[in-house]
Design a protein around this ligand. Sequence first.
Ligand code: FE
Length: 203
Amino acid sequence: MGNYDPKALFKLGYGLYVVTSHDGVRDNGLIVNTVMQVTDAPSRVAVAINKRNYSHDVIKNSGILNVNCLSTEAPFKVFEVFGFQSGRDVDKFADCTPQRTANGLVMLPRYINAVLSLTVEQYVDLGSHGMFICALTDAQVVSDAESMTYAYYHANVKPKPAPAKKKGYVCKICGYVYEGDPLPEDFICPWCKHGAADFEELK
Ligand code: FE
């Protein structure tokens, strides 16, 4: 018999990124932690995106994306704008005058320390997610600030939940609060798209 402690997966180290793309009409962007350089010479970068996210379809169609590497200067607002709403419904760049890289896609004007421009070479269907294996076409360092890690986000950026008055459940990933009891087993967090397993009871 093997062991299966899901907390072991939290020991993997991750960064946080805003992946930007363009659907032909509008710029779009979302927060992901699943970015990894997988080969050197030539450099290839893998990016996995949940199929529920609009950006998945946009990148599958357009074949290009930018990875904006968030720094520890990024405030919670960046996560609210890019992580907790869908580009299907809102223009995430309405309040922002973005800069652009050579491929025409947005690079965030602030809160990043590097930007990578990628062209999709292979698509791998992973069921819930699609993985884009990409060639690196452009890479710029824009600041010396430290990279935002997932651990840093949880410790320093994500708001602490307010003391609960009602019965409910809080998403351990993003802090979304579901009011009610019980939490439906098939519940999907409307902000970060994680499932019921990533919620815990409000105390
Ligand atoms: Fe969530």
